[in-house]
Design a binder for this molecule. Structure first.
Ligand SMILES: [Zn+2]
Ligand SMILES: [Zn+2]
Length: 299
């Protein structure tokens, strides 16, 4: 009897428990969760307040200071950038409002600009019209330096190498403290006691321009070749330089084969070919004028 009553009560309890709505259960669980999280936060806060603040180590302190400096600099650079953009924008806005951007450039300014450009373009100091007395390369006067050549060429090697050049009194004046113009490369090499690279091939044996008479100044390249003591022959091909592979089989060279130099018989040429026979005939040609009619007459 008792057993049946207990089982009945248990069944009633179960039915009572099962009757609790689902939403109520969820709300209760949520409330419990909230309470638990609040309690956890409160305990953490209490612990944080009770615990003393950690003192930063010197390294951390230094790092923090550096970081703050970096941030300040970044902020300053961004500010200056923004200010620059703002100023540019305001300038353009002002030009747009006043329409100053479409004002005609005054004639005086045009003339001044053209004049300054012409002066800069024809400035003799920046034109390659001078030369180095050692390597004889064409240079701008501003690239050359005046040196006292008697002290400059003190090493015996250089003295020997420049013997031919030094024979010219026009290029290398004889008086003491005489100055000559040399390029930067030659100056550096000579100061280091070695022959300049630009002179290493000819070894300064060619000499200067003053060894040639003035009559040869106006000759064309073909005329110069015709009377040269030695005439070089070679084959020059059309080429493209491959900069990626500066050496190797695929690298093209602009000279094909050997350069052959033949001696030239200038004396025969001058004696038999020059002067042109017509020059002798010209001496015999006279022109006489008769009123309005001009006629050549042989004497
Ligand atoms: Zn030079
Ligand atoms: Zn000379």
């Amino acid at each position: 009897m008792m057993t049946s009553m207990e089982s009945q009560r248990a069944t009633e309890r179960e039915q009572r428990l099962l009757r609790v709505p689902h939403d109520d259960v969820l709300q209760t669980l949520q409330r419990l969760d909230c309470q638990r999280s609040e309690q956890r936060e409160a305990s953490l806060k209490r612990r944080r307040e009770q615990a003393p603040l950690p003192t930063p180590s010197p390294t951390q302190f230094k790092r923090q200071r550096l970081m703050s400096e970096v941030v300040q600099r970044q902020r300053a650079s961004v500010d200056s950038l923004v200010q620059g953009y703002d100023a540019r924008f305001h300038g353009k806005a002002r030009a747009s409002a006043t329409r100053s951007w479409c004002k005609e450039v005054p004639l005086s300014l045009q003339v001044k600009a053209a004049k300054s450009f012409y002066e800069a373009f024809t400035n003799e100091n920046t034109l390659p019209i001078a030369h180095c007395v050692l390597c004889y390369e064409k240079r701008m006067p501003c690239e050359l330096t005046a040196v006292e050549w008697k002290y400059f060429l003190t090493p015996s090697v250089l003295q020997q190498a420049t013997t031919v050049l030094q024979q010219c009194a026009a290029c290398f004046p004889r008086h003491n403290a005489a100055l000559v113009q040399v390029c930067r490369g030659c100056r550096t090499d000579v100061e280091d006691g070695r022959l300049p690279k630009a002179c290493s091939v000819n070894n300064m044996d060619i000499g200067c321009e003053h060894r040639y008479p003035e009559e040869l100044d106006d000759l064309s390249p073909v005329e110069e070749r015709l009377i040269a003591l030695h005439t070089p022959f070679g084959c020059i091909t059309k080429f493209t330089v491959d900069n990626k592979t500066p050496s190797g089989m695929s690298y093209r060279k602009h000279v094909k084969g050997h350069i052959v130099v033949f001696p030239n018989k200038v004396e025969d040429l001058v004696a038999t070919v020059l002067p042109h026979p017509l020059l002798q005939a010209i001496e015999n040609i006279h022109i006489s004028a008769d009123s309005l009619i001009l006629c050549p007459a042989l004497s």
